[in-house]
Design a protein around this ligand. Structure first.
Ligand SMILES: Nc1nc2c(ncn2[C@@H]2O[C@H](COP(=O)(O)OP(=O)(O)OP(=O)(O)O)[C@@H](O)[C@H]2O)c(=O)[nH]1
Ligand SMILES: [Mg+2]
Length: 375
């Protein structure tokens, strides 16, 4: 069956034909052979349909990138984020940030023509305000990116605290060895779990012990590495022993930490001295209080996510932030405004690359080459 999609109402805005045939690969290649034999057509490149849609103005660049994000989404939340980027584009505020930067550049450049002596301090307030907005976006964007890609959770704590028992209780089957002897887990064990639409990647780790040697020491090093990479740490404490003073240092390793007071079946009145952290009491062995932990984990991640979560967008916002920070340093060092325009221009270019208003062909090619064929 062949369906004709006349432009400009088609996906790319051009005239399009869509052929449906039986899925047998031999039949598909027979149809492609017939098309090739006409010498009127060639196979599409990766992302070529979406690239054409962008070039025809049917989609903004971020919306075109959202098409790929929809295809790659691994969870309902990730899919929803990609679909809202596709529908609503990047936030309007980023366009006004772009205009603010452009305005400062124009003002400085105009002062060159009139030989007016502008003090760079004049721009300090406005650049600081723009920087503040960009930094706030970036903070949210990094968080949103881990929600889209999967939230890295490290389960850490002293040996025997019940980390593997908690890991097994969450993943729903005895994935890791649990034993009364301390030092059972050595390697990092990883499992993906979808919890109410969020993709959590749990890492069970070796118990932290500063005096370890041999393979146990390597295990502890891996735990510390995993802590540094995590979006969320579940720090497990044996309630009967309480949180030891030397453990406090491990609580600040990840971006966020929840303290899990485990084994409440043995010591039912847990007390925790680290009050600034969310604390949940449970019994991993008897699956008591697990729901409270899952709810606390969910509460750590935003529901109203901004539309900036793709790595390319984050990298560009980081460039904007760095350039604006350099501008403020230039002002503090009392340099002339012309020096300011160099970094403001870098910031402007990065913002334009984000919205897709100024892009070289190479960058476009590299964006669309990540797409699959046929999109
Ligand atoms: N009573 C009780 N025992 C528990 C609980 N959680 C774990 N245990 C026991 O504590 C011991 C250690 O449990 P694991 O889950 O292996 O502890 P771990 O922190 O992974 O230990 P390492 O890998 O050696 O660092 C086992 O005997 C578990 O059955 C709990 O909630 N209640
Ligand atoms: Mg273990």
């Amino acid at each position: 069956m062949v369906v004709f999609h006349p432009g400009p109402y088609s996906y790319t805005g051009e005239d399009l034909a869509e052929i449906s045939c039986h899925g047998n690969p031999m039949l598909v290649s027979a149809v492609i052979d017939v098309i090739n034999s006409t010498k009127l057509a060639r196979q599409a490149q990766r992302g070529e349909f979406t690239k054409r849609a962008y070039l025809e103005g049917k989609l903004s660049l971020a919306q075109a990138e959202a098409v790929d994000a929809v295809i790659r989404a691994k969870t309902p939340t990730g899919l929803e984020m990609a679909r809202s980027l596709l529908k609503d584009d990047i936030p309007q505020q980023l366009t006004s940030i772009c205009q603010d930067v452009q305005k400062i550049i124009t003002e400085i450049e105009a002062s060159f023509l009139t030989d007016e002596d502008l003090s760079p301090q004049l721009f300090q307030t406005v650049i600081s305000a723009v920087l503040e907005q960009v930094s706030a976006y970036l903070d949210h964007a990094r968080e949103a990116s881990s929600v889209y890609d999967g939230i890295n959770v490290t389960i850490a704590g002293l040996p025997n605290a019940g980390k593997s028992s908690l890991f097994n209780a969450i993943v729903g089957y005895p994935r890791a060895i649990v034993h009364a002897e301390a030092g059972t887990t050595r390697d990092v064990i990883r499992e993906h779990v979808n919890i109410d639409g969020l993709n959590f990647i749990f890492h069970d780790t070796a118990g932290i012990k500063t005096t370890s040697i041999g393979p146990e020491k390597i295990g502890v090093e891996k735990t510390i590495e995993s802590l540094g990479r995590s979006d969320l740490v579940l720090y497990v404490v044996d309630t009967c022993l309480g949180l030891q003073t030397e453990e406090i240092q491990w609580l600040r390793y990840g971006k966020k930490t929840i303290i899990v007071m485990n084994k409440i079946d043995l010591c039912p009145t847990p007390a925790c001295d680290a009050q600034e952290f969310t604390t949940v009491s449970l019994s991993a062995k008897f699956h008591q209080g697990l729901e409270k932990l899952l709810e606390a984990m969910h509460n750590e991640f935003p529901k109203d996510l901004p539309h900036i979560f793709l790595q390319r967008h984050i990298n560009l916002l980081e460039m904007v932030q760095a350039s604006l920070e350099t501008c403020l340093e230039t002002i503090v060092n009392g340099l002339t405004p012309d020096v300011l325009t160099i970094d403001l221009d870098h910031a402007l270019k990065a913002l334009q690359a984000l919205s897709g208003t100024q892009l070289s062909g190479d960058i476009l090619d590299s964006i669309f080459s990540n797409f699959c064929i046929g999109k």
